[in-house]
Design a protein around this ligand. Sequence first.
Ligand SMILES: C[S@@+](CC[C@H](N)C(=O)[O-])C[C@H]1O[C@@H](n2cnc3c(N)ncnc32)[C@H](O)[C@@H]1O
Length: 259
Amino acid sequence: MDRLNKISMKYWNKQPCNIKHSKKKFLSKDYFNEISKKRYFVEPHIKDFANFKNYKNKNVLEIGFGIGTDAIEFLKSGANYFGIELSDRSFDITKKRIELFKFTSNSTLINDEAENLDHYFTSKHNFHLIYSFGVLHHSSSLTKCLKIIYKLMNKNTICKIMLYAKNSYKYFLMKENLIRYEAQKGVPVIDFYDHNDIKMVFKKFKIVDVQQRFIFPYKIKQYKKNQYIKLNHFKYMDKKIFNTLERNLGEHLLITLKK
Ligand SMILES: C[S@@+](CC[C@H](N)C(=O)[O-])C[C@H]1O[C@@H](n2cnc3c(N)ncnc32)[C@H](O)[C@@H]1O
């Protein structure tokens, strides 16, 4: 494993993504259900983007599954799920989560870096979907990962990747040190992309769609206690205007690709 991914792994082992989103008994069904509920309430665009229901009996590969919230949705929809995750702590939590919800027989989990995907998978796996949400901008080599992903795809594979947007409300605030961190403070490896970068980075792929979504509108202290109170400038903003801002300045670039 290269040096940057090692540093990254340490970070994600210390704070697996969304691990504090429930105060219920750690690793219980209630704990995981609350984590899922929070995720899709705060980030409803994930369900539209991932389109979980579309993959019944289909082969889905997820890169960087974290604590397995989206994995469970794919599995609930009847997908044959394959996933790879760098952090061994996140891997262990997802393994337990999948066992708890009795989806073990439909899933294959790998604990390794995405840069080694081709050690485990080939195009013969016939993936209908290769999915990665909020991960590859943390990898030490996006180019290497994309080369492998491209090789794993066939003409029917859909690839859906979320990367952080440079042209975003969050990024502008971050540059001015005005950012309020709802998550991921001090993350060691991170990149941001704009629409031109996307054309360059994915030049081998057919870019089917690129959408921008997600501005975080809540007060952090209350959000951490699962209370959703908007900051005044968002509370009084017309919904149409907020949606327009999200489509133009959202922090999530939702990229859909084919071969
Ligand atoms: C922001 S979290 C997102 C997790 C999950 N996709 C979600 O949306 O909740 C980033 C995840 O990517 C994983 N990750 C970072 N670099 C990786 C790499 N090179 N290969 C595989 N996973 C990686 C981290 O361990 C972490 O679980």
